[in-house]
Design a protein around this ligand. Structure first.
Ligand SMILES: [Cu+2]
Length: 123
């Protein structure tokens, strides 16, 4: 790849991230946040599966989805209430869960990859 190609690729990635950020905040499709806005931060490791497959947390906690695989993945709620967007290899996305309930999700690129986030009310 030429230097020019790399630079314009980075610029595009930044632009796409900005558009996603604006889109998400306008439509409330997901809540990508900073760690300081979280109760507790949990981790889901993404390879060809989600580990742990089932995660129980409290409202206000966050989950960092970390892709350690060599290919792209994502985590998308079946109800569309959250969406990490495409996670490139070695990238991650932090999502806060505010509403109690059970959230089955899958990888948008590989639907057989499934997991569940269970959000308990704050005690
Ligand atoms: Cu996948």
């Amino acid at each position: 790849m030429t230097r020019l190609g790399t630079l314009s690729g980075r610029r595009n990635a930044g632009y796409i991230a900005l558009v996603l950020l604006i889109g998400c905040s306008l439509f409330g499709l997901s809540s990508m946040v900073d760690a300081q806005e979280c109760g507790k931060v949990h981790e889901v490791i993404v390879t060809h599966v989600f580990t742990p497959k089932e995660l129980v947390l409290e409202a206000g906690d966050c989950v960092r989805f970390v892709n350690i695989h060599e290919i792209e993945h994502s985590a998308v709620a079946r109800t569309r209430t959250f969406n990490t967007g495409t996670l490139m290899p070695r990238s991650s996305s932090l999502i806060r869960f505010d509403t109690p309930g059970e959230l089955p999700y899958w990888c948008g690129l590989h639907p057989p990859m499934i997991g569940t986030i269970i959000v308990k009310p704050k005690p």
